[in-house]
Design a protein around this ligand. Structure first.
Ligand SMILES: [Fe+2]
Ligand SMILES: [Fe+2]
Length: 185
């Protein structure tokens, strides 16, 4: 199925979102969050979610849906493209506020940027999982193999550009969850 690889990405992104939710809670409780948690969150959001995952959707899934008759400049695809752009903007803000927090210890802006990011991505994943991917699964059966191959190729290429692997990001998510839960103590 042409969306399996994308749904797998969403599961991984959701793990990191969960770790971010716990991080927001800890920051709000006045706990110190080390660089070793914040920098991987930023790296993942930029390189896995944006560079890798969004490229897979923008360069393979969306064009395949367009070919199947869905317009690009309105409706679901246009909405998803706007969402991706917005996630890039919030991600950039969050990166800056994380750097400021690391040097100043002031968490106010970081908490609000992380909250916005979490809410935005959670909504976006929901729309794709429950709307767009359902449409894709119904419309793209005849090109599923081609789309699957493209998604794999783009993932490989994009991760190579970042110098990381999928295993690296899967491990990063597990480590984050562990480190965040240890920060509670
Ligand atoms: Fe997306
Ligand atoms: Fe997605």
């Amino acid at each position: 199925m042409s969306t399996a690889s994308l749904r797998r990405d969403h599961d991984l992104i959701e793990k990191v979102i969960k770790a971010m939710e716990s991080t927001i809670q800890l920051l709000s409780d006045g706990k110190q969050i080390p660089e070793s948690i914040l920098l991987p969150v930023i790296d993942f959001s930029k390189n896995f979610t944006d560079v890798c995952h969004h490229s897979k959707e923008e360069n393979s899934l969306f064009p395949a849906l367009e070919q199947a008759g869905m317009p690009r400049n309105m409706g679901p695809i246009a909405m998803m493209l706007i969402d991706h752009e917005r996630s890039r903007e919030i991600g950039k803000e969050m990166e800056n506020s994380a750097k400021d927090y690391i040097s100043s210890g002031n968490s106010t802006k970081l908490i609000s940027d992380m909250q916005q990011y979490v809410e935005h991505i959670t909504e976006h994943l929901w729309k794709e999982n429950n709307r767009l991917f359902m449409m894709a699964e119904a419309r793209l059966q005849y090109v599923a193999k081609k789309v699957d191959k493209e998604l794999n190729d783009i993932e490989e290429l994009k991760l190579k550009e970042t110098g990381k692997t999928r295993e690296h990001y899967e491990q990063l998510a597990e480590t984050l969850i562990r480190d965040v839960s240890q920060s509670r103590n």
